[in-house]
Design a protein around this ligand. Sequence first.
Ligand code: 0CJ
Ligand code: F3S
Length: 316
Amino acid sequence: MRVILAQPRGFCAGVVRAIEIVERSLRRHGTPVYVRHEIVHNKAVVNDLKDKGAIFVEELDEIPKDAVAIFSAHGVARTVEANAKDRGLHVLNATCPLVTKVHIQGRQYATQGRVVILIGHAGHPEVEGTMGQIDGRVLLVQNEREAELLDLPADTPLAYVTQTTLSVDDTRGVIAVLHRRFSNLVGPDTRDICYATQNRQSAVRDLCKQVDVLLVVGAKNSSNSNRLREIGTEAGIPSHLLADGSELDPAWVRDARAVGITAGASAPEAMVADVINALRKLGDVEVSTMDGHEEHVEFRLPSELSEEVSTAPGAP
Ligand code: 0CJ
Ligand code: F3S
């Protein structure tokens, strides 16, 4: 069996930064540090940080007063920031800078007196955060049908922003409906969809031309990973989302000559290796990596953590 790995795949710069913030906070402040929500949507990442002393909670009231609290990569609403301040928490914000950019853009549109439309998926933490970062009226639109149903006069001053991990193609469709229906509409086109999401989606589209099955390494609650699986399905090949090798069903690959593997932005490369190992147990496997775009994006850490302090006694 041939196995072809997508390029790029796996960790993005925002995920690397978010994990680094938790690890450095543990070294600087000692255990425990509290993380609101999964730092990124991946159990292997979360369990590794739990082993190192991080405690994961869903709400701030589960965190003792004056403790260190880290916000996840997906961002938070302003009410969460205010609540943290009231509780005297020492906050480190691991919100991806590309999510923060959308918050700022949304606020600017609201200041111009525009009703802001957020294109995204209800219930996702990034969507809750972005809606809660913009003052004024924010309307959530999840798909073309909801864009068709928006009950607003055609000349309403409108703007849109989007979740960072959406399908580029689906988002284009939603934006086209908004432009057809509304005459005073501004927005970033699909540029709010981050570089990592766009690169992984275009790589997987190319990969699908070379394989008969697609395996996407990532968590069920990971938006960007789900979008990668959908691209495989839309390309007409059986596509499966799996966290690691233990979730591989041999029936998926039984008749496959070439299996494509990609990984969501929150999935560690070790989980890709674990899936390859699971495939090796089924027979001979020859692994290659497709030609693809190299990424060189890095984000700065919060200044408080940018200088590493060594806590090891006797360390040079
Ligand atoms: O929302 C983000 C800033 C992406 C974070 C990395 O991916 P993941 O899987 O934690 O989050 P999504 O569910 O948003 O893809
Ligand atoms: Fe940021 Fe995109 Fe990753 S928004 S956390 S670079 S998936």
